[in-house]
Design a protein. Structure first.
Lengths: 208, 160
């Protein structure tokens, strides 16, 4: 009796589906865990998420002085990425952060603001200097080579991209505000719409 | 039958005139305001509340205060801030549309000089049906989130 050659052994379709389902489940579970961390623990220093945010960078401040990740230490820092051509979220967030710090009374010297430009092409140190002087808070504004800025953004899991417009470009960018503790460890986040009073209250608690 | 024709013509003219009047009077711009800009800033945002009882569309804005004035929308997409130019802003009949932080705004690019709190920005709004309207937008403080001194900045009331 002639027999057709055995068909190449293929996993039955249900196995494929099961594998795909399992993969999808793992992804969803991972996402949920990530979300849970974001909402609950806010990445308390020492947690896995804390290690994932922040890292080495080498930029220059608004006075043209080098500023690296080690310069973050010794103070609580509110780290925020933006650009000076941004008319809405960037100035209001910087203003809110400066207001919040001002509400800390005798503890206000323990907190600083670090504004990192995602638009180094236009945001040179002199541009940043006149810009941040308007806010009156303890703001360090950083820029650097495109590579150096990209590195800092990568450290903080910040997405940014140029979006061309009729007369130039805008920048799309992640707008979270990261709270780093005096050891340079990621501790919490604020969103740009967090009211200054809430930011101040949270900082009071963190400062102890 | 001439008098009848004349009457018809007259009523037609009257109807058209009335219609035209309703159209030109059909847009109201309230609470226009701009936010003061930090030193050296090249851009600024202007906001307003616009009502068009019969419906209309804001198609353009111009100002002597900047080289360009565009209609923009700002969105937060998964924590990423994105600004996009739009061709116009629809004003549904009887529904006021508020340009406000985190949504639509008039984006000024290439400021002639920084916008200073207490001064104002002169703007010309162009509508599809209602034509042109002149608006003066008072400049609020640098962190302002609304038209008056009731929101934003140092005067912000406790939100609890």
């Amino acid at each position: 009796m002639p027999r057709s050659p055995p068909a190449p052994k293929r996993p039955p379709p249900f196995a494929l589906i099961a594998t795909a389902l399992a993969g999808a489940l793992i992804l969803v579970a991972g996402l949920l865990i990530a979300l849970a961390f974001r909402d609950q623990a806010k990445g308390v220093a020492g947690s896995p998420l804390a290690a994932a945010i922040g890292g080495k960078f080498s930029l220059v401040d608004q006075n043209g002085k080098p500023f690296t990740d080690t310069d973050l230490k010794g103070k609580w820092q509110l780290v925020f990425f933006g650009y000076t051509h941004c008319p809405d979220v960037c100035p209001t967030s910087l203003n809110d952060l400066a207001l919040a710090i001002d509400k800390l009374g005798n503890k206000k010297d323990q907190v600083g603001i670090v504004f990192i430009s995602v638009d180094p092409e236009r945001d040179t140190p002199p541009v940043l200097k006149t810009y941040v002087d308007a806010f009156g808070g303890p703001i360090v504004a950083l820029t650097g080579s495109p590579e150096a800025v990209a590195q800092a953004a990568k450290d903080y899991r910040v997405y940014f991209a140029k979006h061309p417009t009729a007369d130039g470009y805008d920048m799309d960018h992640s707008a979270l505000i990261y709270v780093m503790d005096p050891q340079g460890r990621f501790t919490a986040t604020f969103t740009p719409d967090t009211p200054p009073d809430d930011i101040a209250a949270r900082l009071q608690k963190l400062l102890g | 039958m001439r008098p009848k024709l004349l009457a018809l013509a007259a009523s037609l003219v009257f109807a058209i005139a009335a219609g035209a009047q309703a159209q030109t009077g059909s847009v109201e711009i309230k609470d226009a305001w701009a936010r003061a800009t930090p030193g050296g800033a090249q851009t600024a945002a202007v906001y307003a509340t616009i009502a068009a009882p019969a419906g209309d569309r804001l198609t353009a804005v111009s100002t002597p205060a900047a080289q360009q004035a565009g209609l923009h929308t700002m969105t937060m997409d998964n924590g990423v801030m994105k600004m996009r130019q739009v061709d116009g802003i629809d004003l549904p009949p009887g529904q006021a549309v508020t340009l406000k932080p985190g949504g639509f705004h008039i984006m000024l690019t290439g400021l002639a000089r920084p916008l200073k709190e207490g001064e104002s920005v002169a703007l010309t709004f162009t509508f599809e049906k209602a034509g042109v309207r002149e608006v003066n937008a008072p400049i609020q403080k640098i962190g302002a989130m609304g038209p008056g001194n009731t929101q934003g900045g140092m005067d912000m009331p406790m939100k609890h």
